[in-house]
Design a protein around this ligand. Structure first.
Ligand code: UDX
Ligand code: UDX
Length: 440
């Protein structure tokens, strides 16, 4: 059993702390957002993550998990301090490290005599050395035995608990191999590969992994756009590719592209790091350009199908950046809504989980209670997030309630041929196979 402090109770910090508690450790989670901590103490989750509510409550009940806003309490007797605070994009795409800095300073101020500082947040290569330097300078004159270890997170929102408990690998980086192996012991029970390398390499593994996954998605989206012109169906192309073990089938779903709080920020930050260190990230730039273009392609298709978007009523199904999360950060749906409203379109929207977050940022959008309300009187219906509950909606009901039966399937969720046979004008993403002479 170890005593662990996790700083930041966002999607990563809260899951990390709760899972460490569930493995038998004593965990104190700190956040500077007092409301968030109060709600957590009352069993109210700040985020929607399947299974999290139950895991938090059973570990709080067992006395292994507590929530505080005070650093002194959080760090008392702690052996490990995990930094899991936000690292949002700055004006030039760089990762904004102000929160990491303030946490490093608070650790230096409050910790007694020794601590392992573990960086869980995604931070630019070299940040580990920077954090160590901050702590060393801040503690000047007061003895402190500490090491900084990079331990990047690979949690996907919507499956974060599973990704923590059954990781493909744990990556640890430090100039102090003994310190890294101490952190490794926290993960031994997960019986997965544990890789120990140096700080910068561990930080780069995180960025390279996310950038590669984003590249796969932009690759299949480029193939999808070519398929549309050549009459091939990208879903089957991806299926055929995926049988090759060297390629695999994951992250080859063409559609509106990637959003969320990680890919956009991490690809931009990696490209920024490259650029300010004298290299030219052409591929990463293309990966971002293709991704942005996927939203614009949907606008182009809608404008073509409707003639003009001015005063067109467009229904958007799904507002979160992906299913099984309430996170709308950099969600493709939000970008679509912005582009459509710029052309005078009237927007209706619904999401199974993200309505509260969406209501805070969406202006002039009619937020509905179900997909049928969204479809009522719509000139076109856009599927932006492939939630399970959209898979088998009643299309007869949708067909009769829409003003125009135009469907833009942004995630290739539906059967285009079936919808066309019902009289819909169905547009997928790269579904050229349905051309049969109709424009896609
Ligand atoms: C975080 C990192 O931002 C990201 O780089 C990494 O890839 C995943 O972990 P996330 O968990 O989504 O992402 O962070 P976020 O949802 O922004 O929550 C951060 C939490 O830290 C917030 O609750 C915020 O109140 C808290 N925080 C922020 C602190 O407790 N102290 C601070 O100084 C700043
Ligand atoms: C990602 C990484 O997967 C995870 O390892 C890292 O720790 C954090 O960033 P997350 O952003 O939560 O996780 O979701 P993910 O499932 O990776 O999807 C990211 C985006 O890519 C979503 O917008 C999703 O809609 C999109 N996506 C995913 C595609 O467009 N096509 C795909 O085939 C897969």
């Amino acid at each position: 059993m170890s005593k662990i402090c996790v700083i930041g109770t966002g999607y990563v910090g809260l899951v990390t702390g709760t899972c460490f508690a569930d493995l038998g450790n004593e965990v104190v989670c700190l956040d500077i957002d007092e409301t968030r901590i109060e709600r957590l103490k009352n069993g109210i989750m700040p985020i929607y993550e399947p299974g999290l509510q139950q895991l938090v409550s059973q570990n709080v009940k067992a006395g292994r998990l507590t929530f505080v806003t005070n650093y002194e309490k959080a760090l008392k007797d702690a052996e490990f301090a995990f930094i899991a605070v936000g690292t949002p994009s700055g004006v030039d795409g760089e990762a904004d490290l102000q929160y990491v800095r303030s946490v490093a300073e608070s650790i230096a101020d409050q910790v007694e005599d020794k601590i392992f500082v573990v960086n869980k947040s995604t931070v630019p290569v070299g940040t580990g050395d920077w954090v160590a330097d901050i702590i060393r300078k801040r503690r000047a004159g007061k003895p402190l035995e500490f090491s900084v270890i990079s331990n990047p997170e690979f949690l996907r929102e919507g499956s974060a608990i599973n990704d923590f408990m059954y990781p493909d690998r744990v990556v640890l980086g430090s100039t102090d191999r003994v310190a890294a192996s101490k952190v490794a012991q926290l993960y031994l029970t997960l019986r997965c590969p544990i890789m120990i390398t140096d700080l910068r390499t561990a930080e780069m593994i995180k960025y390279a992994s996310n950038a590669f996954l984003a590249t796969r998605i932009s690759f299949i989206n480029e193939i999808a756009n070519i398929c549309e012109e050549l009459g091939a169906d990208v879903r089957d192309v991806a299926l055929g590719m995926g049988y090759d073990k060297r390629i695999g089938s994951a992250f080859l779903d063409a559609g509106l592209g990637w959003g969320g709080s990680c890919f956009p920020k991490d690809v931009k930050a990696l490209a920024h790091m490259a650029a300010i260190h004298g290299t030219h990230p052409q591929l990463l730039q293309a990966v971002m350009d293709i991704n942005r273009n996927q939203r614009r392609r949907v606008i182009y298709k809608l404008r073509k199908a409707l003639g003009s978007l001015n005063e067109a009523v467009i229904g958007i199904l799904g507002l979160s950046f992906k299913p099984n999360t309430d996170d709308i950060r950099e969600a493709p749906a939000l970008e679509l809504i912005h582009l459509l409203q710029n052309e005078g379109a009237i927007i209706k929207g619904y999401d199974p989980q993200a309505m509260e977050n969406a209501a805070q940022v969406l202006k002039r959008v009619q937020l509905c209670e179900n997909p049928y309300q969204v479809a009522e009187g719509a000139d076109a219906l856009v599927l932006a997030t492939e939630w399970n509950e959209f898979k088998q909606v009643d299309f007869d009901r949708i067909y009769t309630s829409m003003k125009k039966p135009i469907i833009m399937d942004g995630r290739n969720l539906w059967d285009g041929e079936k919808l066309r046979s019902m009289g819909f004008a169905y547009y997928g993403m790269g579904r050229g196979g349905f051309n049969n002479g109709n424009s896609d």
